[in-house]
Design a protein. Structure first.
Length: 110
């Protein structure tokens, strides 16, 4: 349960907690993906963790899950309209990560 007085950063960390959620969001920015696509894009994630994180993100209203009536069933994941509000956050995280990697590389090279 989230309380009204909870720190906003704590809320963000709660929603995006887990090693794979930011990576899932990163890959869903450009287009909707099937489960197998996400598995290939994030090869170190287990099926169980990917499934759990997708369910968590869906429950938070960040990811939409669309099931198409086909045999075998076709399921696609995409950022919801609300989830798209996280794009600037994910982009800033990416930029910071690139800068951090560059800084660490420069430190180790000197």
């Amino acid at each position: 349960m989230i309380h009204q007085h909870e720190c906003p950063v704590e809320t963000l960390i709660h929603v995006l907690s887990g090693k794979w959620k930011p990576m899932i969001l990163w890959h869903l920015i450009e287009s909707k993906k099937r489960f197998n696509d996400l598995e290939k894009l994030i090869p170190d994630v287990s099926q169980k963790m990917l499934s759990q994180h997708l369910r968590d993100l869906e429950r938070e209203g960040i990811v939409d899950r669309m099931v198409y009536p086909a045999i075998p069933p076709k399921v696609e994941y995409s950022l919801s309209e609300y989830g798209r509000t996280l794009i600037p956050v994910v982009e800033v995280m990416c930029a910071w990560g690139k800068n951090h990697n560059k800084q660490k590389y420069e430190e180790s090279a000197s």
